[in-house]
Write a protein that binds this ligand. Structure first.
Ligand code: HEM
Length: 234
């Protein structure tokens, strides 16, 4: 008589959070929520940077306030860094999965074709990451200051020195245009990721998202343009 032996291996307990993160819906949700957080940073940072048009005193006072407000700045930095890591990881994993699922592009035109922004999300996302690394080395740490001396704490002087370098003007401008594309599509697709799709509202959201992306890009571009034209000067 044979005796059936029961498996002694304990069942692996997977948390609900891990199951959620592993799912397509979960990654899209995380991408949408962290995208909103990062978007608020981009808007806030723009408002702060616009003070460059008010001169060195005003801009440096704002920068010094931030440098000294450690109780606000450090928690914000940690939250934003966590949001950035989650957003980038979810985005890269979703892109890899979609490539595995459909290695060949569709031959028949789709009813809802992808826009240039949506097709380039992975590349504009990676560009944003690369830009951020360079930007931190440049204006926060001064490590990318090969052309002139970086003065710690003198944010206005450093900003003007950066945009007196033609290569940096081109790099910043191209990156800002890429980030604008990324934001345009992100602001539209996050609604789909959160489950909101409506025949009337979705096309409107798409247009508004495009306008917001273009507006933010132009607004950021005014800063290097301000230095190049002499509106922002020492
Ligand atoms: C013309 C465009 C931009 C200018 C002139 C600019 C200017 C600056 C300056 C002056 C600082 C250093 C502040 C200080 O240390 O006192 C800074 C930091 C930073 N910028 Fe920008 N920025 C620009 C675009 C962007 C964009 C598009 C992003 C995001 C996608 C971004 C993300 C950051 C981050 C994450 C920091 C570090 C903040 C921190 O230290 O907590 N910047 N930027």
């Amino acid at each position: 008589m044979s005796v059936a032996t029961a498996s002694t291996a304990a069942p692996v307990k997977v948390s609900r959070l891990a199951v959620f993160w592993q799912s397509q819906v979960g990654k899209k949700f995380v991408s949408a929520v962290t995208g909103v957080l990062l978007f608020t940073f981009v808007v806030g940072h723009l408002l702060g940077n616009m003070q460059a048009f008010q001169g060195a005193e005003k801009f440096n006072a704002y920068a010094h306030f931030l440098q000294n407000a450690k109780a606000i700045v450090w928690p914000t930095r940690i939250i934003m860094l966590a949001a950035l890591i989650l957003h980038a990881t979810a985005g890269i994993q979703l892109w890899l999965r979609s490539r595995e699922a459909r290695p060949q592009p569709y031959r028949v035109p789709l009813a809802n074709p992808a826009t240039p922004s949506s097709k380039t999300m992975i590349w504009t996302g990676l560009l944003t990451l690369g830009f951020l690394v360079f930007h931190l080395l440049d204006l926060t740490l001064g490590a990318a200051f090969v052309h002139s001396g970086f003065v710690a704490g003198e944010a206005y002087q450093n900003l003007v020195a950066t945009f007196r370098n033609f290569g940096k003007v081109i790099f910043y401008s191209a990156s800002i245009v890429g980030i604008g594309f990324h934001l345009s599509h992100g602001l539209y697709s996050l609604w789909q990721s959160l489950g909101f799709r409506h025949p009337l509202w979705t096309p409107t959201i798409m247009k508004v998202a495009l306008l917001v992306g273009v507006f933010l890009s132009i607004a950021y571009l005014t800063i290097p343009a301000g230095v190049v034209t002499g509106l922002i000067r020492l």
